[in-house]
Design a binder for this molecule. Structure first.
Ligand SMILES: Nc1ncnc2c1ncn2[C@@H]1O[C@H](COP(=O)(O)OP(=O)(O)OP(=O)(O)O)[C@@H](O)[C@H]1O
Ligand code: NI
Length: 351
Protein backbone atom coordinates (compact mmCIF):
# COMPACT_ATOMS: atom_id res chain seq x y z
CA UNK A 1 0.00 0.00 0.00
CA UNK A 2 1.97 3.00 1.23
CA UNK A 3 5.66 3.63 0.54
CA UNK A 4 6.91 2.46 3.89
CA UNK A 5 4.78 -0.67 3.94
CA UNK A 6 6.36 -1.77 0.70
CA UNK A 7 9.80 -1.05 2.19
CA UNK A 8 8.96 -3.22 5.18
CA UNK A 9 7.98 -6.15 2.96
CA UNK A 10 11.26 -5.91 1.10
CA UNK A 11 13.37 -6.05 4.26
CA UNK A 12 11.26 -8.88 5.64
CA UNK A 13 12.53 -11.08 2.87
CA UNK A 14 15.77 -11.26 4.74
CA UNK A 15 15.53 -13.84 7.46
CA UNK A 16 15.40 -12.50 11.02
CA UNK A 17 17.88 -13.88 13.50
CA UNK A 18 15.02 -14.90 15.77
CA UNK A 19 11.44 -15.08 14.70
CA UNK A 20 8.79 -15.94 17.29
CA UNK A 21 5.34 -16.70 15.91
CA UNK A 22 2.08 -17.51 17.66
CA UNK A 23 3.94 -18.65 20.76
CA UNK A 24 1.40 -20.08 23.19
CA UNK A 25 2.39 -21.61 26.52
CA UNK A 26 0.26 -23.07 29.28
CA UNK A 27 0.97 -24.32 32.78
CA UNK A 28 -0.95 -27.09 34.42
CA UNK A 29 -2.09 -25.85 37.83
CA UNK A 30 -4.47 -26.98 40.59
CA UNK A 31 -7.07 -24.69 39.05
CA UNK A 32 -6.60 -26.09 35.56
CA UNK A 33 -4.49 -24.79 32.68
CA UNK A 34 -3.10 -21.27 32.97
CA UNK A 35 -2.25 -19.61 29.65
CA UNK A 36 0.84 -17.54 30.42
CA UNK A 37 1.73 -16.66 26.82
CA UNK A 38 -0.92 -16.45 24.15
CA UNK A 39 -0.10 -16.02 20.47
CA UNK A 40 3.02 -13.92 20.87
CA UNK A 41 4.79 -12.70 17.69
CA UNK A 42 8.01 -10.73 17.44
CA UNK A 43 11.40 -10.73 15.71
CA UNK A 44 14.93 -10.01 16.78
CA UNK A 45 17.31 -8.88 14.04
CA UNK A 46 21.05 -9.42 14.08
CA UNK A 47 22.90 -7.05 16.39
CA UNK A 48 19.83 -5.26 17.74
CA UNK A 49 18.38 -4.99 21.22
CA UNK A 50 14.73 -5.83 21.73
CA UNK A 51 13.21 -5.10 25.12
CA UNK A 52 10.30 -7.13 26.44
CA UNK A 53 8.34 -4.98 28.85
CA UNK A 54 5.16 -5.36 30.84
CA UNK A 55 3.95 -5.68 34.40
CA UNK A 56 4.82 -8.55 36.65
CA UNK A 57 3.08 -11.69 35.47
CA UNK A 58 2.61 -10.53 31.87
CA UNK A 59 4.59 -13.47 30.48
CA UNK A 60 8.05 -12.00 29.80
CA UNK A 61 10.08 -14.71 31.50
CA UNK A 62 7.95 -17.53 30.13
CA UNK A 63 8.34 -16.10 26.62
CA UNK A 64 12.11 -15.76 26.98
CA UNK A 65 12.59 -19.18 28.53
CA UNK A 66 10.39 -21.00 26.06
CA UNK A 67 12.56 -19.90 23.12
CA UNK A 68 15.25 -22.40 24.11
CA UNK A 69 12.82 -24.64 26.02
CA UNK A 70 14.19 -23.81 29.43
CA UNK A 71 10.73 -23.85 31.02
CA UNK A 72 9.94 -26.99 32.92
CA UNK A 73 7.65 -29.28 30.95
CA UNK A 74 5.47 -30.34 32.71
CA UNK A 75 3.95 -28.31 34.27
CA UNK A 76 4.64 -26.13 31.22
CA UNK A 77 3.37 -27.04 27.77
CA UNK A 78 3.98 -25.38 24.42
CA UNK A 79 0.51 -25.34 22.94
CA UNK A 80 1.63 -24.01 19.56
CA UNK A 81 3.96 -21.63 17.82
CA UNK A 82 7.52 -21.53 16.56
CA UNK A 83 10.74 -19.82 17.59
CA UNK A 84 12.98 -19.84 14.53
CA UNK A 85 16.67 -19.11 14.72
CA UNK A 86 17.84 -18.34 11.19
CA UNK A 87 14.72 -20.08 9.94
CA UNK A 88 15.16 -23.25 12.00
CA UNK A 89 12.46 -23.92 14.59
CA UNK A 90 14.04 -24.39 18.01
CA UNK A 91 10.85 -25.67 19.59
CA UNK A 92 10.90 -28.84 17.51
CA UNK A 93 14.56 -29.66 18.22
CA UNK A 94 15.64 -32.51 20.47
CA UNK A 95 17.06 -31.68 23.90
CA UNK A 96 20.47 -32.70 22.59
CA UNK A 97 20.35 -30.29 19.66
CA UNK A 98 19.01 -27.56 21.91
CA UNK A 99 21.84 -28.01 24.34
CA UNK A 100 24.24 -27.39 21.49
CA UNK A 101 22.44 -24.15 20.69
CA UNK A 102 22.16 -22.87 24.25
CA UNK A 103 25.39 -21.24 25.21
CA UNK A 104 26.65 -21.45 21.66
CA UNK A 105 24.31 -19.45 19.46
CA UNK A 106 22.03 -18.30 22.26
CA UNK A 107 23.25 -17.48 25.77
CA UNK A 108 21.13 -16.65 28.80
CA UNK A 109 21.84 -14.31 31.67
CA UNK A 110 19.41 -14.45 34.57
CA UNK A 111 18.60 -12.15 37.44
CA UNK A 112 20.57 -14.18 39.96
CA UNK A 113 24.18 -14.94 38.98
CA UNK A 114 24.20 -17.65 41.65
CA UNK A 115 22.36 -20.04 39.35
CA UNK A 116 24.83 -19.80 36.50
CA UNK A 117 27.96 -20.34 38.56
CA UNK A 118 29.15 -23.52 40.19
CA UNK A 119 30.51 -22.76 43.66
CA UNK A 120 32.85 -25.79 43.52
CA UNK A 121 35.02 -24.52 40.69
CA UNK A 122 37.15 -21.45 40.16
CA UNK A 123 35.71 -18.83 37.85
CA UNK A 124 38.63 -19.24 35.46
CA UNK A 125 37.99 -22.96 35.18
CA UNK A 126 34.29 -22.34 34.49
CA UNK A 127 34.90 -19.83 31.74
CA UNK A 128 37.53 -22.07 30.19
CA UNK A 129 35.01 -24.94 30.26
CA UNK A 130 32.42 -22.74 28.58
CA UNK A 131 34.93 -22.01 25.83
CA UNK A 132 36.05 -25.60 25.34
CA UNK A 133 32.55 -27.02 25.23
CA UNK A 134 32.04 -25.22 21.96
CA UNK A 135 35.51 -24.91 20.57
CA UNK A 136 38.30 -27.41 20.20
CA UNK A 137 41.14 -25.35 21.64
CA UNK A 138 44.04 -26.21 23.93
CA UNK A 139 43.86 -25.48 27.67
CA UNK A 140 46.44 -22.76 27.27
CA UNK A 141 44.56 -21.04 24.45
CA UNK A 142 41.27 -21.32 26.36
CA UNK A 143 42.92 -19.83 29.43
CA UNK A 144 44.22 -16.91 27.39
CA UNK A 145 40.78 -16.28 26.00
CA UNK A 146 39.14 -16.62 29.42
CA UNK A 147 41.51 -13.98 30.74
CA UNK A 148 40.68 -11.70 27.83
CA UNK A 149 36.98 -12.15 28.60
CA UNK A 150 37.49 -11.40 32.30
CA UNK A 151 39.34 -8.25 31.34
CA UNK A 152 36.65 -7.31 28.89
CA UNK A 153 33.89 -7.55 31.47
CA UNK A 154 35.93 -5.42 33.82
CA UNK A 155 37.23 -7.85 36.44
CA UNK A 156 40.25 -6.06 37.91
CA UNK A 157 43.37 -8.14 38.31
CA UNK A 158 42.00 -10.88 36.09
CA UNK A 159 45.17 -12.98 36.13
CA UNK A 160 45.06 -13.31 39.91
CA UNK A 161 41.29 -13.54 40.17
CA UNK A 162 41.23 -16.34 37.59
CA UNK A 163 41.82 -18.90 40.34
CA UNK A 164 39.25 -17.50 42.77
CA UNK A 165 35.94 -19.16 43.56
CA UNK A 166 32.58 -17.48 42.92
CA UNK A 167 31.97 -16.73 46.63
CA UNK A 168 35.09 -14.55 46.63
CA UNK A 169 33.37 -12.06 44.32
CA UNK A 170 30.66 -9.47 44.99
CA UNK A 171 27.23 -9.82 43.36
CA UNK A 172 28.08 -7.33 40.64
CA UNK A 173 31.38 -9.04 39.88
CA UNK A 174 29.65 -12.43 39.79
CA UNK A 175 27.19 -11.13 37.22
CA UNK A 176 30.13 -9.85 35.14
CA UNK A 177 31.61 -13.33 35.28
CA UNK A 178 28.30 -14.76 34.13
CA UNK A 179 28.39 -12.34 31.21
CA UNK A 180 31.94 -13.45 30.43
CA UNK A 181 30.75 -17.05 30.38
CA UNK A 182 27.83 -16.11 28.15
CA UNK A 183 30.27 -14.46 25.75
CA UNK A 184 32.63 -17.44 25.74
CA UNK A 185 30.99 -18.92 22.69
CA UNK A 186 30.35 -15.55 21.00
CA UNK A 187 26.58 -16.10 20.81
CA UNK A 188 24.43 -14.43 18.16
CA UNK A 189 21.74 -13.76 20.73
CA UNK A 190 21.95 -12.97 24.40
CA UNK A 191 18.73 -13.40 26.35
CA UNK A 192 18.94 -11.39 29.56
CA UNK A 193 16.09 -11.55 32.07
CA UNK A 194 16.36 -8.68 34.56
CA UNK A 195 20.14 -9.13 34.58
CA UNK A 196 20.82 -6.25 36.94
CA UNK A 197 17.81 -6.27 39.26
CA UNK A 198 19.68 -7.97 42.10
CA UNK A 199 22.52 -5.43 41.97
CA UNK A 200 22.87 -1.98 43.47
CA UNK A 201 22.24 1.02 41.25
CA UNK A 202 25.82 2.04 40.39
CA UNK A 203 26.74 -1.54 39.57
CA UNK A 204 23.59 -1.88 37.45
CA UNK A 205 24.64 1.08 35.36
CA UNK A 206 28.14 -0.30 34.87
CA UNK A 207 26.86 -3.68 33.84
CA UNK A 208 24.43 -2.22 31.33
CA UNK A 209 27.18 -0.07 29.84
CA UNK A 210 29.21 -3.23 29.59
CA UNK A 211 26.43 -5.07 27.76
CA UNK A 212 26.09 -2.18 25.36
CA UNK A 213 29.79 -2.03 24.50
CA UNK A 214 30.07 -5.79 24.21
CA UNK A 215 27.08 -5.88 21.92
CA UNK A 216 28.76 -3.51 19.50
CA UNK A 217 32.02 -5.40 19.64
CA UNK A 218 30.46 -8.81 19.13
CA UNK A 219 27.60 -7.69 16.88
CA UNK A 220 25.35 -9.67 19.16
CA UNK A 221 21.58 -9.32 19.42
CA UNK A 222 20.06 -8.92 22.87
CA UNK A 223 16.58 -9.83 24.04
CA UNK A 224 16.34 -7.90 27.27
CA UNK A 225 13.68 -8.12 29.94
CA UNK A 226 13.62 -5.15 32.24
CA UNK A 227 11.26 -3.17 34.45
CA UNK A 228 13.44 -0.11 34.10
CA UNK A 229 12.19 2.47 31.62
CA UNK A 230 15.53 4.26 31.57
CA UNK A 231 17.24 1.05 30.51
CA UNK A 232 14.69 0.55 27.76
CA UNK A 233 15.28 4.10 26.52
CA UNK A 234 19.03 3.67 26.54
CA UNK A 235 19.51 0.17 25.23
CA UNK A 236 16.50 -0.84 23.16
CA UNK A 237 16.23 -0.55 19.43
CA UNK A 238 12.76 -1.99 19.51
CA UNK A 239 10.20 -2.67 22.21
CA UNK A 240 7.60 -5.41 22.63
CA UNK A 241 4.90 -4.64 25.20
CA UNK A 242 3.25 -7.65 26.80
CA UNK A 243 0.10 -7.71 28.85
CA UNK A 244 -1.52 -10.84 30.27
CA UNK A 245 0.31 -13.04 27.78
CA UNK A 246 -0.56 -10.95 24.70
CA UNK A 247 1.46 -8.49 22.67
CA UNK A 248 -0.21 -5.10 23.09
CA UNK A 249 2.22 -3.09 21.02
CA UNK A 250 5.47 -3.33 19.12
CA UNK A 251 7.57 -0.51 17.78
CA UNK A 252 10.92 1.19 17.63
CA UNK A 253 12.04 2.66 20.93
CA UNK A 254 11.42 6.16 19.55
CA UNK A 255 7.89 5.39 18.50
CA UNK A 256 6.96 3.67 21.72
CA UNK A 257 8.35 6.46 23.91
CA UNK A 258 7.32 9.45 21.81
CA UNK A 259 3.93 8.27 20.69
CA UNK A 260 2.88 5.18 22.66
CA UNK A 261 -0.07 3.82 20.73
CA UNK A 262 -1.91 1.31 22.88
CA UNK A 263 -3.74 2.74 25.90
CA UNK A 264 -1.81 0.22 28.01
CA UNK A 265 1.55 1.45 26.72
CA UNK A 266 0.38 5.01 27.27
CA UNK A 267 -0.18 4.47 30.99
CA UNK A 268 2.87 2.25 31.34
CA UNK A 269 5.16 4.82 29.74
CA UNK A 270 3.49 7.84 31.21
CA UNK A 271 6.62 9.38 32.65
CA UNK A 272 9.94 10.60 31.42
CA UNK A 273 12.48 7.82 31.25
CA UNK A 274 15.53 8.03 33.44
CA UNK A 275 17.76 5.29 34.69
CA UNK A 276 16.24 3.57 37.68
CA UNK A 277 12.76 4.72 36.72
CA UNK A 278 10.51 1.70 37.08
CA UNK A 279 7.61 1.02 34.81
CA UNK A 280 4.61 2.73 36.29
CA UNK A 281 2.27 0.45 38.13
CA UNK A 282 -1.30 1.08 37.22
CA UNK A 283 -4.60 0.51 38.99
CA UNK A 284 -6.39 -2.83 38.90
CA UNK A 285 -4.95 -6.28 38.36
CA UNK A 286 -4.11 -8.56 35.46
CA UNK A 287 -7.04 -10.67 34.28
CA UNK A 288 -7.21 -14.26 35.53
CA UNK A 289 -5.08 -16.23 33.09
CA UNK A 290 -7.05 -19.39 33.84
CA UNK A 291 -10.12 -17.84 32.35
CA UNK A 292 -9.39 -14.54 30.62
CA UNK A 293 -12.39 -12.42 29.66
CA UNK A 294 -13.28 -12.03 25.97
CA UNK A 295 -12.09 -9.04 23.95
CA UNK A 296 -8.98 -7.04 24.69
CA UNK A 297 -7.12 -8.27 27.76
CA UNK A 298 -6.67 -4.69 28.91
CA UNK A 299 -10.29 -3.60 28.45
CA UNK A 300 -11.29 -3.83 32.12
CA UNK A 301 -8.56 -1.32 33.04
CA UNK A 302 -8.76 0.84 29.92
CA UNK A 303 -10.33 4.27 30.18
CA UNK A 304 -11.09 4.26 26.45
CA UNK A 305 -12.71 0.83 26.30
CA UNK A 306 -15.85 0.66 24.19
CA UNK A 307 -18.46 -2.07 24.07
CA UNK A 308 -16.65 -3.93 21.28
CA UNK A 309 -13.47 -4.07 23.36
CA UNK A 310 -15.22 -6.53 25.68
CA UNK A 311 -16.22 -9.00 22.96
CA UNK A 312 -14.50 -11.33 20.51
CA UNK A 313 -10.74 -11.91 20.42
CA UNK A 314 -7.80 -9.69 21.26
CA UNK A 315 -7.66 -7.23 18.31
CA UNK A 316 -4.94 -7.93 15.72
CA UNK A 317 -1.79 -5.80 15.73
CA UNK A 318 -2.86 -2.91 13.49
CA UNK A 319 -0.31 -0.69 11.75
CA UNK A 320 0.19 2.58 13.59
CA UNK A 321 3.38 4.03 12.11
CA UNK A 322 6.52 2.94 10.33
CA UNK A 323 7.49 -0.01 12.49
CA UNK A 324 4.79 0.38 15.12
CA UNK A 325 1.75 -1.82 15.57
CA UNK A 326 -0.88 -1.90 18.32
CA UNK A 327 -3.51 -4.43 19.30
CA UNK A 328 -6.30 -1.92 19.76
CA UNK A 329 -9.54 -1.31 17.86
CA UNK A 330 -8.83 2.44 17.76
CA UNK A 331 -6.22 1.66 15.07
CA UNK A 332 -8.49 -0.70 13.18
CA UNK A 333 -11.00 0.05 10.43
CA UNK A 334 -13.16 3.03 11.38
CA UNK A 335 -11.20 3.60 14.58
CA UNK A 336 -10.15 7.08 15.69
CA UNK A 337 -6.63 6.98 17.20
CA UNK A 338 -6.74 10.71 17.89
CA UNK A 339 -9.28 10.03 20.59
CA UNK A 340 -6.51 8.21 22.49
CA UNK A 341 -3.76 10.75 21.87
CA UNK A 342 -5.92 13.58 23.17
CA UNK A 343 -6.47 11.81 26.44
CA UNK A 344 -2.76 11.16 26.71
CA UNK A 345 -1.69 14.79 26.46
CA UNK A 346 -3.84 15.62 29.50
CA UNK A 347 -1.67 13.16 31.47
CA UNK A 348 -1.10 13.66 35.16
CA UNK A 349 1.33 16.48 35.96
CA UNK A 350 3.56 14.64 38.38
CA UNK A 351 3.91 11.61 36.08
N1 LIG B 1 5.79 -23.08 36.62
C1 LIG B 1 4.68 -22.35 36.59
N2 LIG B 1 3.51 -22.86 37.00
C2 LIG B 1 2.37 -22.14 36.97
N3 LIG B 1 2.29 -20.88 36.53
C3 LIG B 1 3.42 -20.30 36.10
C4 LIG B 1 4.68 -21.00 36.11
N4 LIG B 1 5.63 -20.16 35.64
C5 LIG B 1 4.99 -19.00 35.34
N5 LIG B 1 3.68 -19.09 35.63
C6 LIG B 1 2.67 -18.02 35.44
O1 LIG B 1 2.78 -17.51 34.14
C7 LIG B 1 2.47 -16.12 34.14
C8 LIG B 1 3.60 -15.35 33.46
O2 LIG B 1 4.76 -15.45 34.30
P1 LIG B 1 6.14 -14.76 33.93
O3 LIG B 1 7.12 -15.25 34.94
O4 LIG B 1 6.45 -15.00 32.51
O5 LIG B 1 5.85 -13.23 34.16
P2 LIG B 1 6.85 -12.01 34.01
O6 LIG B 1 6.26 -11.07 33.00
O7 LIG B 1 8.21 -12.51 33.74
O8 LIG B 1 6.75 -11.34 35.46
P3 LIG B 1 7.91 -10.69 36.38
O9 LIG B 1 8.06 -9.29 35.87
O10 LIG B 1 7.32 -10.74 37.75
O11 LIG B 1 9.14 -11.51 36.24
C9 LIG B 1 2.24 -15.72 35.59
O12 LIG B 1 0.85 -15.71 35.83
C10 LIG B 1 2.89 -16.84 36.35
O13 LIG B 1 2.26 -17.02 37.60
NI1 NI C 1 9.98 -12.51 34.79
Amino acid sequence: MSQHQRGATETQQELSLLSVRDLTVEFETDRGPLRAVDGVDFDVERGETVCLVGESGSGKTVTAETITKLIRMPPGRIVRGVAELDGRDLLSLSERDLRAIRGDRIAHVFQDPQHALNHCYTVGWQIREAIQVHEDVSDAAARERALTLLNQVGIPDATTRYDDYPHEFSGGMKQRIVVAMALAATPDLLIADEPTTALDVTIQAQLLDLLESIQTEYDMAILLITHDLGVVAELADRVVVLYAGKVMERGSVYEVFDTPAHPYTQVLFDCLPGRGRPLRSIGGTLPDLHDPPPGCRFASRCEYARKECHTGDQPPLYDVADAQTASCVYYGPGGDPDALRNGQSEGDPDG
